[in-house]
Design a protein. Structure first.
Length: 186
């Protein structure tokens, strides 16, 4: 048994009632839906524009990418390992009439190509953010932005931070300095 599974029962007690964790999928993150006000706050903190291409890693039911398209006119992709979440995301995109602007892919977030993103959104655990950081910095272009709900990126300090309904949101802008300093480290 992997050592982090021992912590799962303790961690699960701290999760909201809406959290769902399916270890059979081999995922690294429980599914906890982000409230709409926090989704909008994340997108606004990320300075979203209609010209943006948003990638949501661990997209769940697609709410971030769908709102980015519906409310801000952006395009995007969501990646999630859970086929049920991908079905929900596609349904939500249909209901919002944004299927021509968004796409959802069943794939491990550590295998996702994020190179076309101008804005990446995350609601992952701290260790997952740190494991993902080198991939983000090596693939994203200078000027791309990363917004995380609740969890930071360790010693890579955010460029901005705000609170919405008691939830902390973080923003980083990908710079040449950040790429040089953090792309190869955790």
């Amino acid at each position: 048994m992997h050592p982090h599974w021992l912590l799962l029962p303790i961690f699960a007690l701290a999760l909201p009632a809406a959290a769902q964790y399916d270890e059979s999928l081999g995922g690294d993150v429980p599914y906890v839906p982000t409230p709409p006000a926090v989704v909008e706050g994340m997108l606004k903190l990320g300075r979203i524009q209609s010209s943006d291409f948003v990638i949501d890693l661990g997209c769940g039911d697609g709410r971030i990418v769908v709102m980015a398209a519906q409310k801000f006119g952006a395009r995007g992709i969501g990646f999630d390992l859970n086929p049920t979440r991908i079905e929900e995301a596609n349904e939500n995109a249909k209901k919002a009439s944004v299927t021509d602007q968004v796409k959802f892919i069943e794939k491990n977030l550590f295998e996702a190509d994020v190179s076309q993103a101008t804005l990446v959104t995350l609601y992952l655990l701290p260790d997952v953010n740190l494991r993902l950081r080198p991939r983000l910095l090596s693939q994203l272009k200078t000027g791309a932005r990363i917004v995380s709900h609740s969890f930071d990126m360790g010693d890579w300090k955010p460029d901005a931070k705000t609170e919405i309904n008691g939830k902390t949101l973080y923003l980083w802008e990908v710079t040449a300095e950040a790429k040089a300093r953090f792309a190869d480290s955790k």
